[in-house]
Design a protein around this ligand. Structure first.
Ligand code: NAD
Length: 481
């Protein structure tokens, strides 16, 4: 069967790109082409943004319920195709089939959430100090919003940016990550199939140059970015110069802290899932583990046995526990970082010289105990299945280690102690805190985002999304008689 040909919705129609060739390859079998096509040249950016601007005017005049109907229909289509799109997702990105299917279902759930937003409150009313007057705060769409998305959740993250952007009455210009173009196309296709008016969603395939041109286009009113901290900071700076609102969800180096009083069986399960689900390529993945001294040896023994037993291979094979990382360069980066640990590193699972396999971009689940915090493995986001471990002398020391990072996305603590939990609520510097559950995961109806080098601007998801996608207007309302 030949691989699907990639197309984008630009202007008023689906078309194929005319720039450089793009092959979407299966990271478990890089010789297999999952989809093929061409990138969009930079001149397509203006066509797309201008068309979105034109379409936005009419779309913003439709009712919230009409927009909700389109999103609900798209959600139903996604849910009905979860198995086939989920399989394409696994082949394109490398996560397990069950995770790929789950992600497509999650995208449907996200669109459903925004569809229902039409039934919720729309603004606020205040008392006025003047008799006969009330003061209302109403929200209006921004116009055209840009969505720039990463490879690791090729359909769920776009769904929360596009679902929110559209429901609040905006047109969206979307530049997905070029590593996962097929899943991007699937989401755009279902939205148009569900009845989205022509031009309201524009898609562009390209790299940083195209993304940057979209962000800086004068007709783009707000930007929703998810990706690495380096790119995010560059876009924040560009938007700062243009006084353009931007929300940037960026990298993480998330810690799990296991205290001596924790339920160790449950904690081992959660640390393992946090570190290795999605091959560790989740922004909220557990990449640092802090163990209170009294249980450190026992915990590492148990974790090591489980990690070494994991089967790594083709994510479509149901007997496999972890798939490949997304690309050759991602693998090289991880292998080089592990090889660089000359002293003070003890490998509990995996090794300094990662197992070499030519059949795909596989990396073994790796657990490495470090004797100090100066290792790159402790500091830098690797975005792969590598868990760096430190021991804590006390609860204070554990909190210090957890906060010892430029990032501040997610943290998990495992404890049965209410006092330790209470301290964590105020002392841990993160946007998402899990108590007795793994660092990963984000329910669609609640705010999501990080602090420090992990997040900038308003939160995503849930009702928080309207902070970026709408502009407030304060109305002083009084009768004229
Ligand atoms: P990336 O930063 O390389 O790319 C993200 C997107 O930005 C892609 O669409 C890419 O083409 C585009 N881009 C790259 N350079 C650009 C530029 N100069 N101008 C405009 N756009 C540009 O990230 P990635 O490798 O696709 O994804 C992994 C990263 O994303 C990790 O750092 C991970 O932590 C982060 N992430 C964060 C969250 C979160 O919610 N905090 C969620 C998922 C992923």
């Amino acid at each position: 069967m030949s691989a699907p040909v990639l197309r984008q919705f630009i202007g008023t129609e689906w078309r194929e790109g005319t720039g450089e060739e793009l092959l979407s390859l299966n990271p478990a079998r890089p010789a297999e082409v999952v989809a093929s096509g061409r990138l969009n040249p930079a001149e397509d950016v203006d066509t797309a943004v201008t068309a979105a601007h034109r379409a936005a005017a009419e779309w913003s005049r439709t009712s919230y319920h009409d927009r909700g109907r389109v999103l609900r229909a798209a959600a139903a289509l996604l849910a009905s195709r979860a198995d086939s799109y989920g399989s394409e997702l696994s082949r394109e990105e490398g996560k397990l089939l069950v995770e790929g299917v789950g992600e497509v279902r999650r995208a449907a759930q996200v669109l459903e959430f925004y569809a229902n937003e039409a039934d919720r409150t729309a603004g606020e009313i205040y008392n006025s100090p003047r008799v006969g007057e009330s003061i209302m705060v109403v929200r209006h769409p921004v116009g055209v919003v840009a969505a720039i998305t990463p490879f690791n959740f090729p359909i769920a993250i776009p769904a929360w940016k596009i679902g929110g952007g559209l429901l609040y009455g905006n047109a969206v210009v979307w530049k997905p990550a070029p590593l996962v173009p097929l899943l991007a196309q699937r989401l755009a296709e279902v939205l148009y199939e569900a009845g989205l008016p022509v031009g309201v969603l524009q898609t562009l395939l390209g790299g940083g140059e195209v993304g940057r041109a979209v962000v800086e286009h004068p007709l783009v009113g707000a930007v929703s970015f998810t990706g690495s901290t380096g790119v995010g900071r560059a876009l924040i700076a560009a938007c700062g110069r243009l006084a353009k609102p931007i929300q940037a969800e960026m990298g993480g180096k998330n810690a799990a802290v296991v205290f001596a009083d924790a339920n160790l069986d449950a904690a081992v399960d959660d640390v393992l899932a946090g570190a290795f689900r999605g091959t560790g390529q989740r922004c909220t993945a557990t990449s640092r583990l802090i163990l209170e001294k009294a249980i450190a040896d026992e915990f590492l023994d148990r974790l090591g046995v489980r990690a070494r037993a994991m089967r790594v291979g083709d994510p479509l094979d149901p007997s496999i526990d972890m798939g490949p990382v997304v690309s050759a360069s991602a693998k090289e980066n991880i292998v080089a970082a592990c090889a660089d640990t000359s002293t003070g590193a003890r490998f509990v699972a995996g090794s300094r010289s990662a197992e070499q396999r030519d059949d795909g971009y596989f990396v073994s689940p790796t657990v490495v105990e470090l004797d100090d915090a100066e290792h790159d493995l402790w500091r830098n986001e690797l975005f792969g299945p590598v868990l760096a471990v430190r021991r804590a002398e006390s609860v204070d020391h554990a909190f210090h280690l957890a906060n010892d990072s430029e990032f501040g996305l997610s943290c998990a603590i495992f404890t049965d102690n209410l006092t330790t939990t209470g301290r964590a609520l105020t002392e841990l510097h993160v946007g998402v805190l899990h108590v007795n559950s793994e660092t990963g995961g984000a329910d669609p109806h609640v705010p999501f985002g990080g602090i420090k080098a992990s997040g900038f601007g308003p939160r995503e998801q849930g009702r928080a999304a309207r902070e970026l996608f709408t502009q407030e207007r304060t109305v002083y309302l009084r009768g004229g008689g």
